[in-house]
Design a protein around this ligand. Sequence first.
Ligand code: ADP
Length: 365
Amino acid sequence: MQLSSADIHAALRTVKDPDLGKDLVTLNMVKDVRIDGSNIVIGIELTTPACPMKEVIRNDVEAAIQARASAVGAPAAHVTVEYTAKVRAAANKSASNPLPNVKHVIAVGAGKGGVGKSTVSVNLAVGLARMGAKVGLLDGDIYGPSAPTMLGLHELPGAIRNEMLIPFEVHGIRAITIGKLVNPEKALIWRGPMAHGAFKQLALQTEWGALDYLIVDLPPGTGDVPLTLAQLLPLTGAVVVCTPQRVAQDDARRAVRMFQQLDVPVLGVVENMSYFIGDDGKTYDIFGRGGAEIMARTMDLPYLGAIPIHMDLRRNSDEGTPLENWRGNPTLAGELDGVCQRVASRISIITVAGGLIQPTLSVTG
Ligand code: ADP
């Protein structure tokens, strides 16, 4: 007695994606089933290459198929799970969406400056791209653009084609910043309408091409630009960056309320400068680790992870070499990956909750 494709199908109907809460068949994630005797290959299409649940799903698929094999009296199977990933766009994107090739626009905001909003934006963009996603970064902090330094754009020439800005292709992402369009020595003082216009131009007059995620680094606080962004583009959600201190939480709360008032789902809160690891390997809670997590919980928001204070992070930001953050300290790299995965996972959850595509299953063997 061998396992049939119907057996495999039935087994996969019992395996839930732990984040998305539905089974793999209903979620239309099973793209291929190949049966060769007791060798079974399952092709699963994840909703993001940054899926944090790969190992859990692999183990659950294997266990479900073995359970089925034993239930029908088939010999134990040798199961291989092969992953691909395709980021799904939100089903309810309006027809008037000015960036139809961008699947998700994600804002990164903070209640005040200096908490690491740009650091999180850059590392979120680069981290998601490292995992295989197509990512753009819009440095929308028109009052204090950081991308020229953090991405090392100073020496690169800007380009315009057919009146469209060509984004810089650096560190695996596409990036654009007002910092390359205006004299960096001039203080960037914008009146409301000018801020609106400058941001609009950056967002809409850039040749982004096809993107899975467009990360938008907003100016700190609750000014004109977030409002412009929310009016201009369909946002999947916003990430709020906060340091652990109580005073920082008060500001972050205001940023959360602003997004909520703009009807932008808050994907969650990242705690930056969460803790410091000394040369002795000891961890120091300089600002009171966990404050942002508590704030997230009290506001009923997901907590997206902690980024430590790390000299490499500061140095790589100043030197415009963000990929180095993954080549030095493994704790730093692990925490950055964790934030990227949790953000991607929240995006998938929101997207799937917004509309399911009808399942199809191709079976060969
Ligand atoms: P914001 O965008 O909120 O104003 P930035 O991201 O520009 O803040 O960060 C302010 C400064 O702090 C930058 O020099 C940055 O490199 C540094 N920084 C931010 N987060 C960290 C961290 N976790 N560890 C070390 N330095 C950091």
